[in-house]
Design a protein around this ligand. Structure first.
Ligand code: AMP
Ligand code: MG
Length: 489
C-alpha cells in the first residue's frame, strides 16, 4: 500500500492527441475540509487508507496541490441529451487528475468532480454541491454493495464556498475512481466532427486498455461493440431488478465499460410504479424506470453509428439486435433468483409479471416486499402475509400465491435453502431518497457528517440484517414523500 506521493501514475489518456482533452489544473477551494473517506476505494487503487490522516490529504483532493506524477486533464466528449445531440459538452467541472496503476497492474482514473471550470464548462461555474456529491458518494457505495458495476468514490471534500443553484448551496468536491471515464459520447464527439481516424484511435485505445483480449482479433471492433452491448444489457438488467432509476441516461452518461456513472437525479423505486421518474425536470418521462432498457438500446444505436466506419452495417445491426435477448435473459435470471427459483420453468415469466402487476396495483414497497418474500413457506405466507395487506385485490394475490406455492413444490424447493438464497439477492437496505436527504440536511445545516458515514457503512452490506439499524429499511415517512430531485447538481 502506497502513500499519495508514492502512487504510480500512467496517464494513458493524455498520450492521445490533443483534441481528446484539455490540460487543466483544478481551481482550489477556500477552507477545504474532509467530509467523508472510503478506505475500500483507497485499497482498490493501492493507496494506504491511513493517508487520510496526512495533513496534505485534503490539499490533494481539493485542488490545492497536485499529486506528484498526475497530469490533470478535462476529457472531451459530446452526446445526446434527452434525445437531442449536443456538440458542446465534455468535462466541464470534473478533472481527470491522472491514472494510477496499483500493484496488480490495474489502472484507475482519479477523477475530481467539482474541481473548477474547464474549456468545456460553457456558462457553468465548474463546481459541484455538497448535496449532489453526498448523493453520488452514497449511491455508488449502495450500488457496489448490491453487486452492480459502478464508479466508486474515494472522498468528499467540503468547503465554505457558496455555489448558486436553485438556492445557494455549499460547494464540495468528490474524488471518483473508475477503470475509465470514456463514455459513448467520447466516440460521438469525433464521429459528428467527421474525425473518423480519431474514432478509430479511441476504439483502439479502449480495446487495448480495457478489452485487451480482442487486440489480436480481425473483427476486434465488432467484438468490442458486442462486449459493450452485452455489458450494458447486463447492467440495465441489474438496475431493473433492484429498482434503480438513473434519471439522466444521456449518451454522455453511458460508460463504455458498462459501469453506472454520473449519479444525478437518480432514485430507487420505492412504492412500485414502473412509470417512476426521479428527475422532476424530465417532463415527458423519457428516463422513467420502465423506459431504461429501451433507452439503453437507443443509446447503443448512437454508439454503433459512431463506430460505423469500423465495421459493416449488417454486423453492427446484428450486434444491436442481440441486446433484447441478452437483456431479457439477464433480467429473468435475476428475477427468478429474487423469487427463489433454482430451475427454469415455463411459467416463470408469467409468475414474475403477475407479481409485478400486483405490486403496482397495491403500490407495494418493492424492496421490502421482495425481502419479505423469503419468509413465504409451504405452510403459509410467513412474513409475506403482513405485506399482503397492501394488496388491493386479496383474491388476486391469493391466486398468485397458490401458483407460486405450486411452482416451488415443482422444484422441491427447501424453505430454509430458498430463504438463504433469496436473502442474498433481495436487499434489506437501499438508498431511499429520504435517507440520503437526512444525511444531506445534517451535513449542509450542521456540518455533521456522521449520518453520511453511517449510511455508507450500512450500504456496504445491504443484504445483511443489521438489527440496530432496522429502521433504515422502513419506507419514507410522511415528510419525505413530496421530496423532489432536481437536475442541477
Ligand atoms: P451532467 O448532467 O452532470 O452529466 O453534466 C452534463 C454536462 O454539463 C457535462 O458536460 C458537465 O461537465 C456539464 N456541467 C454540469 N454542471 C456543470 C457545472 N456546474 N459547471 C460546468 N459544467 C457543468
Ligand atoms: Mg455527465
Amino acid at each position: 500500500m502506497r502513500k499519495l506521493h508514492e502512487l504510480e501514475f500512467d496517464n494513458t489518456y493524455s498520450r492521445l492527441p490533443e483534441e481528446f482533452y484539455q490540460p487543466v489544473n483544478p481551481t482550489p477551494f477556500e477552507t477545504p475540509h474532509l467530509v467523508s473517506f472510503n478506505p475500500d476505494a483507497a485499497s482498490l487503487i493501492g493507496l494506504d487508507p491511513s493517508v487520510v490522516y496526512d495533513p496534505e490529504f485534503v490539499d490533494y483532493f481539493s485542488g490545492k496541490r497536485l499529486i506528484p506524477g498526475s497530469r490533470p486533464i478535462a476529457m472531451y466528449y459530446t452526446g445526446h441529451q434527452f434525445g437531442v445531440y449536443n456538440p458542446d459538452i465534455g468535462d466541464g467541472r470534473a478533472i481527470l487528475l491522472g491514472e494510477v496503476r496499483n500493484s496488480k497492474g490495474e489502472k484507475w482514473d482519479l477523477h475530481l468532480k467539482g474541481a473548477g471550470r474547464t474549456k468545456y464548462a460553457r456558462v457553468f461555474d465548474g463546481r459541484a454541491v455538497l448535496r449532489s456529491t453526498v448523493r453520488e458518494y452514497l449511491c455508488s457505495q449502495a450500488m457496489h454493495g448490491l453487486g452492480i458495476p459502478t464508479t466508486r468514490a474515494l472522498c468528499i471534500i467540503g468547503s465554505s464556498e457558496r455555489v448558486e443553484r436553485e438556492t445557494p448551496e455549499t460547494g464540495a468536491m468528490m474524488l471518483r475512481v473508475a477503470e475509465t471515464h470514456v463514455r459513448f459520447g467520447s466516440f460521438e464527439a469525433f464521429y459528428y466532427e467527421d474525425k473518423h481516424e480519431h474514432v478509430k484511435l479511441l476504439a483502439d485505445y479502449v480495446i487495448e486498455n480495457h478489452f485487451p483480449r480482442f487486440v489480436e482479433e480481425d473483427d476486434k471492433y465488432a467484438l468490442f461493440l458486442g462486449e459493450v452491448v452485452g455489458r450494458t444489457a447486463g447492467l440495465i438488467a441489474l438496475w431493473q431488478a433492484c429498482g434503480f432509476t438513473h434519471g439522466v441516461m444521456n449518451t454522455d452518461n453511458m460508460s463504455i465499460t458498462g459501469l453506472t456513472i454520473d449519479y444525478g437525479p437518480f432514485g430507487f423505486v420505492e412504492e412500485y410504479d414502473p412509470g417512476y421518474i426521479p428527475n422532476h425536470s424530465d417532463h415527458f418521462g423519457r428516463y422513467s424506470f420502465s423506459n431504461q432498457p429501451a433507452i439503453a438500446l437507443w443509446n447503443l444505436r448512437k454508439l454503433a453509428k459512431s463506430l460505423s466506419a469500423l465495421m459493416p452495417r449488417e454486423i453492427s445491426q446484428e450486434i444491436l439486435e442481440s441486446f433484447k435477448k441478452r437483456y431479457g435473459e439477464s433480467y429473468f435470471e435475476i428475477m427468478r433468483r429474487k423469487l427463489g427459483f433454482e430451475e427454469i420453468m415455463p411459467e416463470d415469466g408469467e409468475l414474475i409479471q403477475e407479481l409485478l402487476n400486483l405490486l403496482e396495483e397495491g403500490r407495494a414497497d418493492y424492496t421490502n416486499f421482495f425481502r419479505s418474500l423469503s419468509g413465504f413457506s409451504a405452510e403459509g405466507f410467513g412474513g409475506v402475509k403482513d405485506t399482503a395487506g397492501i394488496f388491493k385485490n386479496e383474491a388476486r394475490f391469493e391466486k398468485w400465491s397458490a401458483s407460486y406455492k405450486k411452482r416451488l413444490r415443482a422444484e422441491n424447493s427447501s424453505d430454509a435453502e430458498r430463504k438463504k438464497m433469496m436473502d442474498s439477492v433481495n436487499p434489506k437496505y437501499i438508498l431511499r431518497n429520504y435517507l440520503a436527504e437526512q444525511a444531506i440536511r445534517k451535513a449542509e445545516q450542521e456540518r455533521d457528517y456522521t449520518e453520511i458515514a453511517l449510511l455508507h457503512n450500512l450500504l456496504k452490506n445491504p443484504f445483511s440484517e443489521q438489527p440496530e439499524l432496522e429502521r433504515y429499511s422502513e419506507p419514507a415517512p410522511e415528510w419525505a414523500r413530496s421530496l423532489v430531485i432536481s437536475c442541477s447538481s
